[in-house]
Every structure is written in C-alpha cells, then in structure tokens.
Ligand binder design. Structure first.
Ligand code: ANZ
Ligand code: ZN
Length: 824
C-alpha cells in the first residue's frame, strides 16, 4: 500500500523512547533549563480530546525547546483524589483506590500511545502516601506559622448523605445525589489563611506579563480589593455600635437607613423584646433557606425588614432606621451597610420598595437631582451638596476629607476590604488526604508529630477495605494523644483536592524525595514553570491556590521564587457540532479510536492544525483525513528522494545556484523562518504547519525533469528541514524518516534549523531605463516588483529626470524583468 505503516512505526519509537529514556533529565547548571507543564489530569477512566489537545501542545513546546538546546523538564502525573472515585465505588462496589489506580494504569498507556515526551520517572499520583505525607507536613508547618486555623462556619449540609456539599452540589436547594433538602449547618472546619497574602497575590499580578490578560483580570476581581472607610454608627439607647464599610464616604450625608446581613451578630440584641422581633426572626429564617436555593452568582430579589431600632449617623447626628436585608453579605466588609439610595442602585430599589427617603448629596454637573423624581441612583461624579462643611467639594476630594475627618474624631478609619475569603479546606469525604491533627479532651488540638506522618487513609491496601467517611471508622479515629497519652480522637476531615494540585508542579522536581517535600536546590534549578498549559476553567481557583502555595513554600524556605508560572497558555475547548464535547451531549470522539484508525501522529497533527491553541477547536472528520493525507504525501516524497541523502552534502552559496535550485533554497529558509516565528508568537502551530505544507508542495510540483536535475544538497536540505520542523508535532513519523534517510542521531538532539539570512533577502534584478530609446540608468529592484512601482522608481531616478525634465511622458513601455522605456 502507499500509506505509511503508522502502527509499526509508532510502536517501534515508543518502545525505543521507553528503553533509551531520552526525555529523562537531571539538573545541569551548565545548561539553561526549560520547564513545560500541562495541567495534570484527573484519572477519570479514559483520555478525551481535550487532553489530546492539551498534551499535544505541551509536547510540541517540549520538543521544540529541546532542539533549541534547553534542558527540558516535562513531567506528568495524576490529580488522583476526589469525588468521582467515591461515586464509582458506590455504584460498582469497588474500592476508590482500586478504581483510581486501574484508571491511572489505563490512561498512562493511552498517553504513551500518543508519543508524548515525558520524563516518566517523575510520574506521581497525589493519592499516594509518598505524596500526601509531605502535604501533611506542609499543613503542620503552615499551622505553626499561623497560616492554618479552625473555625465554625455555615456549610451546606445534607442530612441523608451526612456530608457537607460544595455550592455546586446544591441544585435548587436539594442535594445533587439524594434530592433531599439541603440545610445550613454550622460546623467546625479548617482554613488556610490565603487572605494574609491578598496584597501580594494582587500586586504580583503585574509580573505576570506572560499570562492572558483575561485570566489576570479574573484573578484581580476575585481578590477584589476595595479601599474605603470603616465608620461606627452608635446604636440609639444602647452601648453598642454598628461598624459599616463603605467605598463612598463622600455620600455619608445621604444615608437614610442602615442594612444588616441576616447573620449579623448584633441583630439579636437589637430586636429583643420589640414588637418587630417575630417578624425579623421569620425573615431571617426564610432568607437563610432561600440562600440555599440560589445558584452561585444568582442575585435574589431584594427584601428586608425593619428591626424597630435606630442608630446615629456620627456626621450629622441623624437617626437612621436599621433594617435587615437579604442582599448584605456577612462575609464582606463588616456585614453592615450604610444605605444611600440616591447613589447606590440596590439601596435605591430597596428605598422605593419600602418608602424610605432618597436624598441626593452628589450633584452631577449641569443637572439637578431631586429624590422624588429620580428614576435610578446616580453613581457618577459630581459635587457635594447638603453635606455640611464638605458641601461644594468634588466627590473624589471629599472621599479623602471625610475619611480624615472620621479618623480625626475617632469614629472611623481608612479600611481595605478584600472579596477574597480564607480557603476552607475541610471535606467530610473519604477519598482525600487526612488532616494530620488529633483532638484531645485535655490538650485540645494537637498536631500529629512530624515523624508519625503520614496519617494514611485506612483501607487503601485492601480492595475490600472500608471506604466509609473517616468519622464512621472508629479504628481510624480512636487514638491516643501525642501530648498526654490519654485517649483522643483523630481529625476525620480530609483536605480539599485543590490542595494537592497547589504544589504538584514543585514536587515534580524531586518526586522521590523521602526526606522532605522539596529539595530547595533542585526546585531552585527547575522552577518556575516556564510554560504552563491548561483549560481556562482553572483561571481562578487552581491558579490562585498555586500562587498562594508558592509564596507559602517560599516563606517556609523551600522555594526561592514568588510566582510559579511565568507563562500561561489557556487552550480553547474541543467542540463538535457547535458544542463542547461531553458525554451528556453525546458528541464525544474517543481519541483511542482515532489513534487506532489514523495513528497518534495524525491525531496530534489534526489537533494542532485545526485551530490556534487559544481558540476553540471544531472537530471535523475531513480535517483528520487531511492530516493523514499530508503525512502520507511527505512519506512518499522523502522515499522517492532517498538518493539525495547518499551523497555528502556540499557547501551552498546562493549566488552559485541556478534558478530552480535557488527558488527551493529560498523557500526552505523562508519556511524555517516562518515556522520559528509562528511558534515564537503565541505557539501558532497551525500557521507553522501551513508553512511546511507549502514547502512540501513546492517540491512536489517539480517536474520529473527538474527533480532529476535539482541540486542534491538543496533538495536534501529542504527535506531535512521538513523533518526537523515537523518533528515536535509528529515525532514518530519524523524519527522514522530521519532514520530511513540514513541518520543515526536522534532528532531530539538535533538542533532546531536556523535560516541563511542571504536566502531571506529578496531577490534583486537589474532593469535598464531608457529615455526615448537611449539607455540613461540601471536600477536594482526586487524581482517581484509590480509594474506601477517600477514605473514610479524609473521616473523618480535623478539620472532619468535629467533627460525627462518637466516634460510629461507620453508613453512608458515596460518589458517585464528587463527594461523601461520612457517616451517624452
Ligand atoms: C455606601 C455607599 C454609597 C456605597 C454609594 C456604595 C455606593 P465594593 O466596591 O464591591 O467593595 N457593601 C459593603 N459591605 C457590604 C456587604 N457586606 N454586603 C453588601 N454590600 C456591601 O462595594 C463596596 C460597597 O458595597 C460599599 O459602599 C457598601 O455600599 C456595599 F453611593 O456604602 B457602599
Ligand atoms: Zn492530650
């Protein structure tokens, strides 16, 4: 057959790479390192097209950088804890560990069948005690530094499943698994103090020039820094005061009521014994239940209830009625808002609904707002009115002046609030890393001594072992206190799986280290990750947590960097029939079928050629066929030209070549230039591949006669360039042809081709310029010059103008590539 035998070829090279380990690396201070990393997969069972795309992109970069001489680290592992393993265990009656490790074994084979150039000796699985024991140690070291704490919070609790649910697992107020009503429950949980790093996490975003701007913006908004005023409003007839946070101190004379979050701790005191008490309590209860029902980001309709109590605006001594409102968040600012309906839309709607006064205190230029006629809040700029001594000030100026005034009088202070919350890491599930803590009735919370780590998950070595939540496994939790030796109880929460993925990229630098989580020398050599590649769905949490962990590990002395990922590429989705490929849509293409039918190289080539990495990739069967046909064409082309590899190559000077040879030589070097440029600018492999296709076409178009006479070295260089340039994308294919053409080196160790600058210069020709038939000048012009440009240049030439003078040319005759005759 005239199709190349990809099955044999791919198996052969995969075996060689497994045996010879050309992708195994170690630290070498004499060489520049390059760390390329794709987000590691969850071992869900099989790889999908999204993986194929992600890993193909990473592999091209790894191979390209290797050919450029970098010491390239390119590792792979498994994000192996998490819920699906437990669900599968429930459904199929197998242990989560069995399910996970079986999947890993299967998916590892699938990745190997793609020919990805990983250093497999660095593989890690986060569910392995050899990994999570170090995570437990990091937890303890963070605890010691005050970066871990335990507090009571409200969680989503499913009574029938006896577990906390994540926000996404509450659907219409019910448990996604059993459909039971989900209720708020206060319980203890462990937290990482990510807010301690809020400022640094925000500031260092400026360093991340190699990240997509939209990801940086999403992180900035997530951290959500707000500057403003914290101000105390004394409660009437009471010693209490309510502290509010506002970003608009300039509007403080426009306050007409106060709104508290339903969870605000002062509410009880405010309403006790008042006639409003029952109504308020009912409102709070209703609101708490309603909160459970809301989808993430869904805004409830604004409701509130008057408490009967008043507080005093310290700026003007006015009485301000206190409301409880469902749109005030306890977790933000101080959980209390001074309401200014004239200048805040939420307050405006609330005021209209409950008939509260609207009092404008910021007047925009050329307009006069009146509370009775306003149709919406004015949130723009303006000058202060009805604001005592601040009247007449510009709003920006007034912000400062009012903060200063409050600070001076002692009832307020400048305040910065972050939207970012501390990271709750407690999960009540089985399949996660146990939190290494012991609760002792005498000593309280006691850390597990470091030399007793790991606290292993029970039952993982036994396929029939229990995988019930740890709080149901007495053998696990009953223990003795490391402090007093008395009976004690182990912590039964496990860690959020995002903890594992927050530092795995660092662990790859010493995956077998059994002395410490990290080796600062090794980490120092390899980190930061130069190029990270993954889905944009991780734009916030995973990337933020990894940045946080990097700073923590730096402060614990393990790392000497501030940021983990210098460059980030967020690849687009793989879509089919206009929708993301997913099981639920039934439009999944299984990469294994493709690899079976077309081979790994064709599959890789298709995924790289169909779209630039950051764009969505639309699946189409013709595209795969096209990729396959192209590779077969190159295969035949090289095989029909084997003789050019038999002679010793000669030195080439472009000026010595005849026209056909010169054209191919130029094209070869232009292609090298274009491919390199396309990769360097945002990894646009699709245009890189197009360039190689053009070069291939130019060779294929040679007539039999031209082909027979073409300069052997020029042809050889062209074909070698094709193999080198395509190698990162279709490695088995190129490795095989490289060998078939008599090379004994591995292409990985071959340098990336460089281009001959002489060849990139545009070809120039000499044109004779006549005036009325007499030769007056000779011009050096690009060979491809347009006729109009040539005429202009001829007319503009001084030597020519001497003879044409002011006379208007009657006629200009152009003989292509030779002559211009101007008749005057
Ligand atoms: C008075 C005011 C007047 C406000 C005005 C805005 C406009 P950002 O910018 O997002 O930080 N706020 C404060 N704490 C809140 C909470 N716990 N729940 C809901 N809203 C809260 O928003 C800050 C503004 O959001 C604050 O400034 C406060 O309303 C409100 F013309 O105070 B403002
Ligand atoms: Zn004790």
């Amino acid at each position: 057959s005239d199709r190349y035998d990809f099955k044999t070829i791919e198996a052969k090279w995969q075996q060689r790479w497994a045996e010879e380990k050309p992708y195994k690396v170690s630290e070498d201070p004499s060489r520049k390192k390059y760390y390329v990393l794709e987000m590691f997969p969850y071992p869900s069972g099989r790889i999908h097209m999204g993986h194929v795309r992600n890993y193909s992109i990473g592999d091209v970069i790894a191979r390209y950088k290797r050919m450029q001489g970098f010491n390239v680290i390119h590792p792979m592992g498994w994000d192996a804890f998490g819920l699906p393993a437990e669900n599968a265990a429930l459904k199929r009656g197998i242990h989560p560990a069995t399910w996970t490790y079986d999947n890993i074994a299967y998916m590892r084979d699938q990745l190997k069948a793609m020919g990805l150039s990983y250093d497999w000796d660095r593989e890690l699985a986060t569910c392995d005690p050899s990994y999570y024991r170090w995570e437990q140690l990091i937890f303890l070291q963070m605890l010691e530094k005050g970066l871990v704490y335990r507090k009571e919070t409200t969680v989503n609790w499913c009574k029938s499943c006896q577990t906390v649910l994540a926000r996404e697992q509450v659907i219409d107020g019910c448990c996604w698994r059993c459909d039971e009503h989900v209720l708020p429950k206060t319980m203890y949980g462990w937290f990482f103090k990510i807010t301690d790093y809020a400022d640094e996490l925000l500031e260092d975003l400026d360093q991340l020039t190699g990240w997509p701007e939209k990801v940086v913006t999403m992180q900035r908004n997530w951290i959500g820094r707000s500057e403003g005023l914290a101000c105390d409003f004394p409660v009437e007839d009471s010693q209490e005061k309510i502290t509010i946070f506002t970003t608009r101190p300039d509007t403080i004379f426009g306050v007409t009521f106060m709104s508290l979050a339903v969870e605000h701790p002062l509410i009880d005191k405010l309403i006790q014994g008042r006639e409003e008490e029952t109504r308020v309590r009912e409102f709070i209860e209703k609101t708490l239940i309603e909160k459970q029902r809301l989808a993430v980001d869904e805004e409830p309709e604004k409701h509130g209830v008057f408490t009967g109590a008043y507080c005093i605006n310290p700026f003007n001594g006015e009485r301000v009625p206190i409301y409880v409102a469902n749109f005030v968040l306890m977790e933000y600012g101080t959980g209390a808002v001074m309401a200014v309906p004239a200048h805040d839309q939420r307050d405006f709607e609330f005021a209209r609904k409950y008939g509260l006064p609207i009092r404008p205190v910021i007047q925009p230029e050329g307009n006069h707002l009146a509370g009775e006629t306003m149709e919406e809040a004015w949130t723009g700029p303006g000058k202060l009115v009805d604001s005592a001594e601040f009247t007449g000030m510009d709003w920006q100026e007034a912000k400062k002046a009012i903060i200063d005034y409050a600070a001076d009088k002692g009832f307020g202070r400048p305040h910065i609030t972050y939207r970012l919350r501390d990271w709750g890491i407690s999960r009540q599930r089985y399949w996660g890393a146990p939190i290494p803590i012991i609760h002792c009735p005498e000593c309280g919370v006691v850390p597990v001594p470091a030399d007793e780590l790991p606290v292993t998950l029970p039952g993982t070595n036994d396929p029939n072992g229990s995988h019930a939540p740890l709080h149901q496994q007495e053998e696990f939790y009953s223990t003795s206190c490391p402090g007093c030796g008395g009976p004690a109880r182990r912590e039964t929460d496990t860690m959020d799986t995002f903890v594992e993925s927050s530092w795995y990229f660092a662990r790859y630098t010493c995956p077998d280290n059994d002395q410490a989580p990290l080796d600062p020398a090794k980490a120092g050599y390899w980190l930061p990750v130069d190029q990270y590649i993954g889905g944009v769905e991780h734009a916030i949490l995973h990337l933020l947590y990894s940045r946080f962990f990097t700073k923590v590990l730096r402060d614990l002395g393990y790392l000497n960097i501030d940021e983990p990922f210098t460059n980030l590429l967020t690849q687009g989705m793989v879509i089919k029939d206009g929708a993301k490929m997913s099981k639920s849509k039934g439009n999944v293409v299984d990469p294994s079928d493709l690899i079976d039918q077309y081979g790994a190289d064709t599959t890789r080539l298709f995924s790289l050629f169909a779209a630039p990495p950051e764009k969505d990739l639309e699946w189409n069967a013709q595209g795969v066929d096209g990729a396959s046909r192209f590779l077969n064409r190159v295969y035949r082309l090289v095989n029909s030209s084997l003789d050019c590899f038999q002679e010793e190559p000669q030195d080439i000077r472009i000026s010595d070549l005849n026209e056909t040879d010169r054209a191919l030589y130029r094209k070869t070097h232009q292609t090298i230039q274009r491919v390199t440029d396309s990769i360097e600018t945002n990894f646009h492999f699709n245009t890189a591949i197009s360039a190689v296709m053009e070069l291939t076409n130019q060779i294929s178009r040679l007539t039999a006669e031209q082909a027979a006479r073409i300069h052997r070295t020029v042809l050889r260089q062209a074909l070698e360039a094709i193999l080198r340039l395509l190698f990162p994308m279709v490695p088995h294919f190129c490795a095989e042809l490289w060998e078939q053409t008599g090379h004994t080196t591995l292409l990985d160790q071959e340098p990336w081709p460089t281009c001959d600058p002489e060849a990139l210069k545009e070809e120039e020709i000499t044109i004779v310029v006549q005036v009325n038939g007499k030769v007056r000048a000779r011009l050096q012009v690009p060979a491809a010059i347009q006729e109009e440009d040539l005429k202009k240049q001829a007319l503009a030439d001084e030597r020519v103008q001497k003879f044409t003078g002011d006379k208007k040319p009657r006629k200009i005759i152009v003989v292509q590539g030779k002559l211009v005759n101007i008749v005057v």
